[in-house]
Design a protein around this ligand. Structure first.
Ligand code: KG4
Ligand code: ZN
Length: 409
């Protein structure tokens, strides 16, 4: 219905056919950046595109942090039958879905692509074929409209989202990034500048939630719920008794207790071994719930202890952090949020977590990271490629040839 209100593609071609070439000229990127520097943040609009994993997402966000429109097509029903994400299928579905996700996002914001001030896209890390779909689309859109292009690090986008529309979430801050691909604590010194404190030595916490949920025989949640199997485990844990199957907290002994790193593979394997030894029945709902609760308690205790350690390390580095930011899919878990809030309270700083729905992958975080990077002139050439593996603390080593002036008032 909404689509019908716009000119059909054929009609648009006819209109173009009547225009003199001079009327079709667009401003060069440099000229656009000059125009941007005169705009108030509230007038800036950035389109963000996310296709690094299994969500085809886009959003338009204003320079002062208002979400003007957002769309997210999950692929859970596609991958559920395989028990995990199939990279080739994910890329094929991004290919199929991205054009209409983009169209719906622009229509939702009441904008045409030419009204947008910049295009931001997840450049990495993630699955190569999936990243390629979003990056190719963003480059083409930006290039034909001579728009500034911003390549975004997926984990920086998770982290920076805590600052959207908030003047009080200031650098430096301690950052806990917990997702399906990452489990890291860092100091965020500024946009583009991060120092890693701790990282996982094996599985990420999200991976462990997913694999344990699978081993417990939990069903993949409803297709429109974000976040994969993690929410299924959280829901089961809420019905369970964590004390029935006590599990050891990882890296809690002697030497490894002092390390800020994480490890979740041992905990995951512990659950599997107990199942294989018949200690619980993965088809019995109460056993599933009690085991889910036990796993979640140990995993959350591990996150809490290592985050506290990261805060101590940050202070030892002389970093006077303003808050703890927690983001990434696992930060939508209520038990994780409660545990990290307790760490923040002990450190006498606030815990800043995006709302649960924005902790999992979305287009808003990419658009907002685009705003933050654009503000600092961190633009990318139309020729850039995606980066599959990309440590966040290597971000500042990237060359940024097209430096724009700030659009801050
Ligand atoms: O950030 P994200 O959406 O995608 C990646 O960048 O990986 O994180 C997805 C991960 C998945 O492993 C998912 O199971 C986990 O976050 N997750 C959760 C919850 N919601 C999502 N884990 C535990 N509890 C949740 N409520
Ligand atoms: Zn993510």
């Amino acid at each position: 219905m909404i689509l019908a209100r716009r000119l059909s593609t054929k009609a648009q071609t006819r209109v173009l056919g009547t225009k003199a070439p001079a009327q079709m000229r667009v401003l060069s990127t440099k000229a656009q950046i000059r125009v941007l520097s005169t705009k108030a943040p509230a007038q800036i609009r950035v389109l963000g595109i996310e296709t690094s994993c299994d969500d085809t997402a886009a959003a338009v966000v204003s320079g002062d942090g208002r979400i003007l429109s957002e769309t997210n097509r999950h692929q859970h029903s596609v991958h559920a039958a395989f028990g995990g994400i199939v990279p080739g299928l994910a890329a094929a579905h991004h290919q199929a879905n991205l054009p209409l996700v983009l169209r719906q996002t622009l229509l939702g914001a009441g904008l045409r692509i030419g009204d947008v001030d910049a295009v931001a896209v997840t450049r990495g890390p993630g699955m190569a074929a999936s990243l390629g779909v979003g990056v190719a689309a963003a480059k083409a859109l930006a290039a034909v409209h001579a728009l500034p292009l911003v390549g975004v690090h997926h984990m920086e986008a998770h982290a920076l989202l805590a600052r959207m529309g908030r003047d009080d979430v200031r650098f430096p801050f301690v950052c806990v990034l917990v997702s399906g691909g990452h489990t890291t604590t860092l100091v965020a010194h500024d946009v583009n500048r991060y120092t890693t404190i701790g990282a996982t030595r094996d599985d990420s916490v999200g991976e462990a939630f997913d694999k344990v949920a699978r081993d417990l025989g939990l069903a993949w949640p409803d297709a429109q719920d974000g976040g994969g199997l993690g929410p299924a485990l959280e829901q089961a844990a809420a019905r369970g008794d964590a004390a029935r199957f006590p599990l050891p907290v990882p890296m809690d002994k002697s030497a490894s207790a002092a390390s800020p790193d994480f490890s979740f593979a041992g905990l995951k394997t512990h659950v599997r071994r107990m199942r294989d030894a018949g200690a619980f029945d993965a088809r019995a709902p109460q056993d599933q719930a009690d085991m889910a609760a036990a796993f979640q308690r140990a995993a959350v205790a591990h996150l809490r202890k290592k985050t506290a350690l990261a805060c101590r390390r940050a202070r030892a580095m002389g970093v006077d952090f303003s808050c703890i930011v927690a983001s990434g899919g696992v930060a939508s878990n209520a038990a994780v949020r409660r545990a990290l809030a307790a760490v923040a309270e002990a450190e006498r700083v606030p815990l800043e977590c995006p709302p649960p729905r924005l902790c999992t992958d979305n287009g808003v975080m990419v658009a907002w990271a685009g705003v933050e990077r654009l503000r600092r002139g961190l633009l990318d050439p139309y020729t850039f490629d995606f980066i599959q593996r990309w440590p966040l603390d290597r971000l500042s080593e990237m060359p940024y040839p097209a430096r724009a002036s700030s659009f801050d008032p």
